[in-house]
Design a protein around this ligand. Sequence first.
Ligand code: ANZ
Ligand code: ZN
Length: 814
Amino acid sequence: MKKYNPAEIETKWQKIWEEKGAFKAKDFDKKPKFYQLEMFPYPSGRIHMGHVRNYSIGDAIARYKFAQGYNVLHPMGFDAFGMPAENAAINNKTHPAKWTYSNIDYMIKELKRLGFSYDWDRLVITCDENYYKWEQKIFIEMLKKGMVYRAKSTVNYCPTCKTVLANEQVEDGKCWRCGDEVIQKEMDEWFLKITDYADQLLDDMELIKDGWPEKVLIQQKNWIGKSKGAFVKFKIKGRDEYLEVFTTRPDTLFGVTFVSIAPNHPKLMDLVSDEQVSVVEAFVEEFKKVDRDFSKEKEGVFTGAYLINPATGEEVPLYAANFVLMDYGTGVVMAVPAHDQRDFEFATKYGLKKKIVITTDGLTNNPDELDKAYTEVGVLVNSGQFDGMDNEKAKWEIVKWLEDKGLARVGYQYRLRDWNVSRQRYWGAPIPVVYCPNCGIVPEKEENLPVRLPENVEITGEGGSPLAKVDEFVNTKCPVCGADAKRETDTFDTFVESSWYFLRYCSPKYDKAIFDKQRADYWMDVDQYVGGIEHAVMHLLYARYFTKVLRDLGYANSTEPFKRLLTQGMVIKDGAKMSKSKGNVVDPDDIINQYGADTARLFILFAAPPEKDLEWSDEGVEGAYRFLNRVWRLVYEYKDLKVIDIDINTDRLKELNYMIHSTIKKITQDFENYHFNTAIAASMEFVNFLYDFKPKTEDENALFAKAIEVLLIMLNPIVPHIAEELWQLTGHETLIAFEPWPEYDESATVKDTVTIAITVNGKLRDTLSLPRGIAEDEVFNKAKESEKIRRHIDGKTIIKKIFVKDKLLNIVVK
Ligand code: ANZ
Ligand code: ZN
């Protein structure tokens, strides 16, 4: 017997798959399509265990779908723009492009060594100009349709990474990448109007809710943060002008005792009284220095202005307050100290009035006795004609009442902000616009795309866009009037690239448009997406948004890009996430060198269900390797047995047949649910059984050969190299990769079977092996499936049936 030598057989089969183009997806094939996608890696240098896990799960699904006869699209690529390449350039004096492409080369080799069933012809590399050219085109289309705008805004800025960050990239006031404090800065930036799609992004969750983890949808929902409320107008005392507030609690309107306005509200200084100008100016100056951090002490100053409460007609003072955000609602908030804790603290601090308007049993009616705001439900008091009404009901009754006077309307607010895509970095796709002294902002002409990233750029890591220092890049001609003009020198946020790469995979070499619509319509939606939970909000929300934008621009019909999403757990070792910083990294290359790719894949899929964290275990890896050796020896010993149809007519044959069919059933169900760990456990039991069985007769040999075939086909999605090798060893000339998934006979999955004689007019015509206790009509249905029976009953009239449970069915015909 030859020894199991993974290194030898793995390279052998990888070569054969490649030479045969085995996993090339066929556009427009007649077979049903299946689009299997895994999140593409950033080319950081090497594949890590998290990748191995992500891609082993995806590959098991893809190969299972190949076996089920699907036309599978299973592509791979690289999310290749981004900061690490620039940092490497600064630290190692290599060009980001060189660093990136050499990492990609290395990582492709590693991925190939793992034997994944990718269609490598569809490789997409986002820093390739044939990719970002089309991204620039998307942006220009969006610009022309008003889906994009340029605005001066206060942006989150990381002084360490020297770049602007999206809100999503700020975690607790800290940079998501380096963890340092983020500050506020005013800049001209490009924004994508994702807020226009907020409702669709919420409503369309209905379309995917069965296929996505609930926790991801909840995170997205919270991120979008839709609140129902009202816009209410407060007249400015002494003027014929109003200030509008957004409130989610119009039921508390009678309890408003002051109003707060954002320090950076454009109308603030206009409202300030002469006496208060210097105080307010000082306050505003102070506010600009510090970033808006909610944990900071609540502070404010009186503006000298008064507003009229539209419900009571009372005058209330207007305060500039540091906790009011300019970019939420209207930047003006009606304050209800008795029922809002923030207002309560503010009013207490500055000695402002409190008024109780919602009460409940046991609650004081003296606001000075409150030790905190009452924020629960209750009934209205001190609220005129609304007294005694439940506060939930009163919310909309009060709005209705004021609506008639033109002072209020129902409205919504979202926490979601427009997506700032400008980055002052070199290693990204240039934003394809030109600033012309005559024409203003002008998109680059389509025939001039791509706006290429220049190669000779000095990257120092100091502030500002590196491209701004490249004169040949900056100085250009206006695409409209031909005048001397300047190019935009910022590049896109790299999340833009990952927002549409799955569409490009459908026709990766297409050079007439962003992608080929027909192909995209054939392949989309992605049937199964697999990736990390850390992308729950940013990437997955942006990708959903881009898909809708591209649909609205007429490029594809997809509304939701990912029908199903699987978020795999982390790989942990010694109780902590495997990471360089923790020093607990196991390099996939080392595992492959020692045991082979099949062992790595098997261990990773066996050690935990896909969604759960996986604890690395050296013994577990050893165990996986031993199992593959057991499979190897078993198949080797019986390699010459041939599958022949036989009658299952002895107890031993019945037992073997039962094991075959019940194992197929179990593993099939597990694969359907992506429970690869229990599927593997079932194949281990099956192997144990086969070791003990030891076929002794010709019939047993024939059925045993079938057991081995079934075992190999079902192991293939997990350990494809050894499966191919043993498939060939047992005399097959085709690839096991495309061998149809075995089917099981339900009746054979029930252990206790009886042999039932089927007679027609008293003559024995067939015997059926069926579960004990089976009912007459089920036996009859099975009998009708038998050719031997049909021959005697077809075209005849059945007069009666005589049934002896578990023994006999006699069909009387005329
Ligand atoms: C009066 C009131 C009374 C409020 C009460 C709450 C409780 P969500 O749910 O997050 O949408 N608000 C509105 N605009 C604001 C801004 N620009 N900056 C800071 N706060 C703002 O929050 C809506 C509530 O947040 C609004 O309802 C408003 O305070 C405040 F007992 O109005 B409320
Ligand atoms: Zn011009």
